[in-house]
Design a protein around this ligand. Structure first.
Ligand SMILES: Nc1ncnc2c1ncn2[C@@H]1O[C@H](COP(=O)(O)OP(=O)(O)OP(=O)(O)O)[C@@H](O)[C@H]1O
Ligand code: SF4
Ligand SMILES: [Mg+2]
Length: 368
């Protein structure tokens, strides 16, 4: 692992059993995360983007070890944390924090903001003296742009954007090195989103923080990220510096998603052709063979059905631009007119529903 890397993932896998109530139905598993390898560098923001259900939150919870891994390795700040038990993870929790999409449900409505933000100090036995703790909490409130005099107010008395600031203040209490932000602005109005994103950027430069920033919104991710990893069905399809991914997307899936992002310039927008993908995202219980995108890919060939493409730098790309595709899109290639060269039965696999009841029951069990 090179010196500037704070987090390194090697072939991380997280499968969930498919079960009904407490009874496991069969040997089927949800392939939520299926072999993710990546590095995050000190002080950068790595964007993690992809459609709903592609495994972003599961990967986040594996990284912060809120979930046990099915297999694979995670090294954080030089320490292998892949199999650490909760007790051994505790000191590391100070260095690695998570903020969530819904700032309201992640805050206890019966506690004052002061005690919510001060809770990490209590849990970790820091700032034991009450006045010192209050001062520390008020400093954090100021840092995230909250009025320290509102120390005794309850979460319901704050707006959505302010609640996200409370979550951020709590995450910052223990001076973490890494913050995993799981859709931190998705529930906020656009104007408030900008304020929270600017605050995250300011705090990053002030405190030298490293972020993993998760969103399904490609525009938001572009705005905040140094590098971006695009996920599809539990795997990384493309990983590259942000500008490269948006200017020269190589994976057909990246091209399709970006073709649907609105362009502010009317002349550019008129030129842009939207690539419509066939079918829905297939089931994560029985993912397609070879390249998981093959049933929907306009460029698919037999090799794509047979062989899972590696996530590597493809011919002509910088070593930092990795694509998991046998036939990456070339510049000026018209994907819109491409025709897949595979048998009809390999296309448009209908997704199998994973019962919502099963998923929510399991989330209750698995999540903290
Ligand atoms: N605890 C669980 N038990 C069973 N399946 C789960 C569990 N958590 C997630 N899943 C499944 O794993 C897959 C990945 O889910 P995940 O929540 O990680 O996706 P996501 O990319 O974060 O989606 P979203 O954008 O909707 O938040 C989905 O198919 C989901 O139903
Ligand atoms: S490997 Fe084949 S199916 Fe997969 S994205 Fe590339 S061209 Fe499409
Ligand atoms: Mg999620």
């Amino acid at each position: 692992m090179s010196g500037d890397v704070i987090l390194s993932l090697t072939d991380v896998v997280k499968h969930f059993p498919v079960q009904s109530g407490s009874i496991r139905r069969n040997k089927d598993v949800v392939h939520a995360v299926d072999g993710v390898t990546l590095e995050v560098r000190h002080g950068e923001t790595l964007g993690l983007v992809g459609e709903t259900g592609c495994g972003k939150s599961t990967l986040a919870r594996c990284i912060t070890r809120l979930f046990d891994l099915t297999s694979g390795q995670i090294v954080f700040d030089g320490k292998d944390i892949s199999t650490l038990k909760a007790r051994d993870m505790r000191p590391l929790r100070r260095e690695m924090q998570m903020i969530f999409q819904d700032p309201y449900s992640s805050l206890n409505p019966r506690k004052t903001v002061g005690s919510i933000i001060g809770e990490p100090f209590v849990i970790h036995g820091l700032e034991r003296e009450k006045d010192a703790r209050k001062r520390a909490v008020q400093r954090l409130m100021e840092l995230v742009g909250l009025n320290p005099e509102h120390y005794n107010r309850f979460p319901a008395e704050f707006s959505g954007g302010q609640r996200q600031r409370i979550g951020l203040a709590r995450a910052l209490a223990l001076k973490p090195k890494l913050i995993v932000c799981d859709e931190p602005v998705s529930a906020l109005d656009v104007s408030i989103q900008a304020q929270v994103l600017n605050l995250l950027a300011d705090l990053q430069s002030q405190l030298g923080l490293t972020y993993i920033f998760i969103s399904h919104d490609l525009s938001v991710v572009r705005h905040v990220s140094d590098r971006v990893a695009l996920m599809y069905l539990g795997k990384i399809a493309e990983l590259s510096p942000s500008e490269d991914l948006y200017e020269k997307p190589r994976h057909p899936y990246a091209n399709a998603l970006l073709s649907a992002v609105p362009t502010p310039d009317p002349a550019e927008a008129a030129k842009k052709k939207k690539i419509i993908l066939v079918g829905d995202v297939p089931s994560p219980v029985h993912p397609p063979s070879g390249c998981r995108f093959h049933p929907r890919c306009p460029k698919a060939q037999q090799l794509c059905v047979d062989e899972d493409p590696e996530l590597v730098a493809r011919a002509g790309d910088q070593p930092s631009h990795l694509t998991a595709c046998h036939f990456p899109v070339k510049s000026a290639e018209e994907l819109i007119t491409a025709t897949p060269q595979i048998a009809e039965h390999e296309r448009i696999v209908e997704p199998e529903a994973v019962s919502a009841e099963t998923v929510s029951e399991l989330i209750e069990k698995g999540a903290p």
